[in-house]
Design a protein around this ligand. Sequence first.
Ligand code: ADP
Ligand code: 3PG
Ligand code: MG
Length: 402
Amino acid sequence: MAKLALRDLDVRGKRVLVRVDFNVPVELRGEVRITDDTRIRESLPTINYLRKHGAKTILMSHFGRPKGKRVEKYSLRPIGDYLHSLIHQPVIFSHDTIGKVPEKIIGHMENGDVALLENVRFQPEEETNDPKFSEALAKLGDLYVNDAFGTAHRAHASTAGITKFVTKSAMGLLMEKELKHLREGLDKPTKPFVVVLGGSKVSDKIGVLKALMEKADTILIGGAMANTFLKAQGIPVGASRVESDKVDLAHEILDLAKKRGVKFLLPIDALEAEEIRAGVPIRNTSRLSPQHGISDGWQAVDIGAATIALYQEELAKAETILWNGPVGIFEIPDFAEGTIAIAEALAQSGATTIIGGGDSVTAVKQAGLADKMTFISTGGGASLELLEGKELPGVAALTDKK
Ligand code: ADP
Ligand code: 3PG
Ligand code: MG
């Protein structure tokens, strides 16, 4: 069902409650330092639209997982200061999320003003999606906009419950953009459609894998999840991270790929190390087979040189590429070559490139290639659930478009 969008609302002079996802990575060294401000910057189109159209913008977000208590290091105040520096306009901060304090602040707001409420997760009622809390939030505004794509897979008070207590609720511009790109990526990708799937767990990504199997021409597997597939093919995996209880499932997927005529590629060689640490000896295995696998006591930490070449060749042929999950333990620079090579192959492919998943996005940014990609999602869990074909509660709760 299509949902109301920001442009469908008459916002002038209205108090507009906007749920954003300001859950950004930070470094805590005395002062909070934002290490990646993408989610804040991506919220600017909605915030600036509302300012320009004379709304009173009331932002709300979660930050970290304070578990229903006030935890100072998860205060949104420094994020408000940072937003101030981006929009060159004061951001009025309410140190309470609901009640007299925000009511008074909002009562004094002028058209075009921007306010930010304290972390909604300081209240236990946020995550339990408590109707009373939802109602108290809703009372602060006239209209509700959800722009927090990154949190759209959570059915919380500020993402879902609140919509029952406002007259109209709509998608923000970021929410709309995310849904459009990710849905297009899955609905009608230009062929050949190549998916690169890596990361840690088969069990986490099984749903995505099955859903993508219906659409993809080629699936390239990397990361720890490759090990489970290698094991299913009788290839020794040494001390690699593997989900032994998922080997049957891996078989099932390999069969499904055959049935569907999907080209399902596993690493043909690997980089192996005895320890997950920078500076340890590493070596490229020979071609993997049931006779030659990962060495005893060694672990696959990245895809090998022959696999990189093979995957590069497939990516060069693609018209659409979806990437989720690094193909190696890229956090350690010695094991990052495969992941960087994938990022470069995407950048050079000329294909429509879509990146979802927190760690893959980090890898692309570390490689300095973010601006070479067609679309980078601000959602980790949310983008995966969307790709799996699940309904996102934060979207489902919005007002239907007539
Ligand atoms: P994303 O956030 O992009 O969806 P995941 O969270 O599924 O990705 O997986 C990322 C993690 O997978 C990274 O921390 C990375 O170190 C790990 N990983 C990748 N390859 C391997 C491997 N061969 N062995 C163990 N861990 C791996
Ligand atoms: C995220 O970072 O994935 C979102 O902000 C959701 O956060 P959560 O996993 O703590 O609900
Ligand atoms: Mg991750």
